[in-house]
Write a protein that binds this ligand. Sequence first.
Ligand code: LIP
Length: 281
Amino acid sequence: MTSTAAVLPDPDQIAALRAFAERLARSAGALVRDGRPDRVDVAATKSSEVDPVTAMDLASEAHLRALIAEHRPQDGILGEEDGLLPGSSGLTWVLDPIDGTVNYLYGIPAYAISVGLVAGEPDPAHWTPVAGAVHAVSSGVTYTAGHGLGATRDGQPLRVNAARPLATSLVGTGFGYTVERRTAQARVLAELLPRVRDIRRIGSAALDLCRIAEGSLDVYFERGLNPWDLAAGQLIVREAGGVVTGLRGAAAGLAMTVAGPARTVDELSDALAGWHADQDG
Ligand code: LIP
């Protein structure tokens, strides 16, 4: 499908959309924080028995969808739990109602509400990120970005780290939920671990990407990211001076996402391509 060039809102509109994205993320964050029961139960599973959905994932997405329907009824919505609702404005909100669901389930304070807004086809290979907000529920810290407007953490400007050799880089990553995917990822990890400073597996792609933007990780890669994992964090990294890409010139997305300063991303991407890290075989 050839994608027509997306029409971007003007800078004032982008600033207003960024503020609304932050309002959405913080509002859903309050729901998730204040409504967390003492014991969180799994409501359903998705790709495997260890890929959970909780009642709060569903409630958070319903809350986000209701606010968007009230304030931006002409926009589309793509959510992790309820899929795509096409709009007429050319803009689509891309929602992860709880990114880091397993951490939420276990009470590990590393989960976030990720709200992205994209122009054009809501597909990472074709979209143009417009605005984004990632709200870390436990700490209350909120990362935002607007296209061409920079990226901030609680209003303070963000900048990725200067590029450094992979051998002295702190590398973030994550793993899928199926045995086949995990087996392939373990093979790649065994190759990579001796070649880097260290590895961190935080359990939330959105927070991993925000850590790249703030410099608390040097570089990040993960195979298997869905559009909702990526939409907000991708813009936050780019507006903080980083790059977010796939391997061999591909766009970031399900096959592979690599994020960080350009030269470090290039070195890691070359290594990952050599290990066929974007394949499960
Ligand atoms: C999570 C991602 C994380 C990945 C996890 C999981 P979810 O998203 O943010 O990077 O490693 O396996 O997919 O499922 O918690 O929204």
